[in-house]
Design a protein around this ligand. Structure first.
Ligand code: SF4
Ligand code: SF4
Length: 357
C-alpha cells in the first residue's frame, strides 16, 4: 500500500482509501467485514457524511474493533444554516461514536449562492472554533464546481479539498488542482468511476471500454492527488481497490490522453446516478431514467440492437406514469443536483427522443 501526505495536515493517507457512501443500508456484519478487510489490506482513511444514511453508524460499529490510531476518518454536513450545521456536526460525532474527527467537510458547496450562505452563516468560523477546541483536526471543503471551488481554495482557509476527477471529467486539471497544490492542500478525489459509467460493464453499454482498474489508476496517478475514495459496498470492489493501491499506480501522459479520448461522455452534462435530486413530486425515478438516456444519446443511430435493448429497459424499469414526459418542470430537482444539470431540459429531450420497447 502506498501512503501519501495529505497536504499540510501532517496526515498520511492510503493512496486508495474507503468511500463510505455505499455503506448506507448495509447489514452491520457486512460493513464490519469490509472495514476489517480494508484495514488489513492497508487502507487507513475512511470518508463518510451525515447525508450518507446509515454510513456513519455502521462505521461506528466497524471501528469498535480497532484502536483509534488505526484509522483516519472524515465526515461532512451539507446544512447551510449555522444551527443546522452545528446539529449535523454533533450528530456525526454521536453516530460515529468518536470524540475526534480528523477532518470535517462543509459538504458540496457547488454554486455561488451556497458559498455565500457558508460565509454569511459563519460555518467556517464554527469549524475553526471546533479545531481550536481539539474536536477536529482540519477544515475541509467538498465541491463539484471548479469555479466556486477555486474561489474557496483561494481563501486559504481549508486544508483538504474533495473534488471529482475521472477520464470523462478532467476539469480540475486547469485551475482547481494547481491551486490546491500551490496552497499545499490535501486533495481527495471522489467519483473516480464517473458515477459508475467508467467501469467495464457500464462503459461497454456506452460503446467504449474502460475498466474500474484503469479508472482508479487514472485518478490516483495524477500529480497532486493525495488519495482516491471509490465507494465500496462489495468485497470484490475492495479487492480491486487494494490491488491498484498496492501497484503504486502510474500512468503516462499518452495513456491518460488515450483514456480520455476513448470516453464518449464528456464534461458535466450527464447524470452520474447519485440520486441527490430525489424525490421528484411526480415520482419520476430521475437517476434511472437519465442513466438510460445517457446511454441512448451515445448509441442513438449507431447501434440499433443496443437502442432496442435500452428501449426495452426503459419500459421494464420506468412505469408509464413516471416516464420523462410526466415531468412538469417544477425545478425542485435542479438545485439538488451537484452537477447543476438542467434536469427538466434533459427530461424534455429524453421524452422527445428515447423510445419505449
Ligand atoms: S423538474 Fe421534473 S424531474 Fe425535476 S422534480 Fe420537477 S417533475 Fe420531477
Ligand atoms: S440528475 Fe444530478 S442529482 Fe440526479 S442522479 Fe443525476 S447527477 Fe445525481
Amino acid at each position: 500500500m502506498e501512503y501519501r501526505k495529505l497536504g499540510r495536515t501532517g496526515l498520511s493517507v492510503s493512496a486508495i482509501s474507503f468511500g463510505g457512501l455505499k455503506l448506507d443500508g448495509m447489514e452491520q456484519s457486512a460493513a464490519d467485514y469490509l472495514v476489517a478487510k480494508a484495514i488489513d489490506g492497508g487502507m487507513n482513511y475512511f470518508d463518510t457524511a451525515q447525508a450518507y444514511g446509515t454510513s456513519e453508524t455502521l462505521l461506528r460499529g466497524a471501528f469498535k474493533n480497532y484502536q483509534r490510531d488505526k484509522f483516519i476518518v472524515s465526515s461532512k454536513c451539507m446544512r447551510r444554516n449555522i444551527d443546522g450545521f452545528k446539529a449535523g456536526f454533533e450528530a456525526s460525532f454521536e453516530a460515529l461514536g468518536l470524540d475526534y474527527i480528523d477532518f470535517y467537510f462543509i459538504h458540496d458547496v457547488s454554486n455561488a449562492e451556497n458559498w455565500q450562505r457558508v460565509q454569511d452563516e459563519n460555518l467556517i468560523g464554527f469549524l475553526q472554533d471546533m479545531k481550536k477546541a481539539g474536536r477536529i483536526g482540519h477544515l475541509a471543503i467538498s465541491t463539484h464546481d471548479c469555479k466556486i471551488g477555486a474561489e474557496m481554495l483561494a481563501t486559504g482557509l481549508f486544508e483538504v479539498a474533495m473534488m471529482a476527477y475521472n477520464a470523462s471529467n478532467t476539469e480540475i486539471e486547469s485551475e482547481l488542482l494547481p491551486l490546491a497544490i500551490e496552497k499545499e492542500m490535501g486533495v481527495v478525489i471522489m467519483k473516480p468511476f464517473g458515477g459508475g459509467v467508467l467501469t467495464l460493464e457500464r462503459s461497454r453499454q456506452m460503446g467504449f471500454e474502460i475498466t474500474a482498474e484503469d479508472s482508479l489508476r487514472f485518478a490516483a496517478s495524477k500529480a497532486g492527488v493525495s488519495c482516491v475514495i471509490p465507494g465500496i459496498d462489495k468485497p470484490e470492489y475492495l479487492d480491486t481497490a487494494l490491488k491498484i493501491a498496492d501497484e503504486r499506480p502510474t500512468m503516462t501522459d499518452k495513456e491518460r490522453e488515450a483514456m480520455c479520448s476513448g470516453v464518449t461522455l464528456r464534461g458535466k452534462a450527464y447524470c452520474r446516478g447519485c440520486g441527490y435530486c430525489l424525490p421528484c413530486p411526480k415520482g419520476i425515478p430521475i437517476p434511472t431514467l437519465l442513466g438510460l438516456y445517457n446511454r441512448w444519446e451515445v448509441i442513438k443511430g449507431v447501434d440499433w440492437s443496443i437502442m432496442h435493448q435500452i428501449a426495452t429497459e426503459y419500459t421494464a424499469k420506468v412505469p408509464d406514469d413516471v416516464t420523462a414526459d410526466n415531468c412538469i418542470k417544477c425545478g425542485a430537482c435542479v438545485s439538488r443536483c451537484p452537477y447543476n444539470l438542467k434536469i427538466p431540459e434533459l427530461m424534455e429531450n429524453a421524452a422527445g427522443s428515447m423510445r419505449r420497447g
